[in-house]
Design a binder for this molecule. Structure first.
Ligand code: CU
Length: 117
């Protein structure tokens, strides 16, 4: 009895972890690893993960009308994009090298990270 309730709890915890994990991981679409990042009060999820060597894209969608978030940029990944309100904007991510790469809003107030593994 006690044993089965413990394993039930464990299963629930594992399920939650999977759910949380999936959020940061890419799905495959037309040969690209793709992750959608919602731009509302910062970047959600804040950290995204891609596998090295497979083409990758982040799809940003801004739902907050703050102009602060209307631009997303990264020196490390060499992108700079306008994010019109409520529109999907695809940004290609170079996955040649493993590592952690940062990006930020136009005023460098909000930050997100790309992890290449
Ligand atoms: Cu900003």
């Amino acid at each position: 009895m006690a044993k089965s309730s413990l394993s039930k709890k464990r299963k629930i915890i594992m399920g939650l972890k999977d759910l949380f994990h999936k959020k940061n991981q890419a799905t495959m679409k037309d040969g690209n690893q793709v992750i959608k990042v919602n731009v509302a009060n910062g970047y959600e999820p804040e950290v995204v993960e891609f596998k090295q060597g497979t083409p990758a894209k982040i799809i940003f969608n801004r739902s907050n009308d703050s102009t602060c978030l209307a631009r997303v940029q990264s020196d490390e990944m060499q992108f700079n994009a306008d994010l019109p309100l409520n529109q999907d904007v695809e940004v290609a991510i170079n996955t040649n090298q493993k590592g952690e790469f940062n990006y930020a809003c136009g005023m460098n107030m909000f930050h997100g990270k790309v992890v290449i593994k």
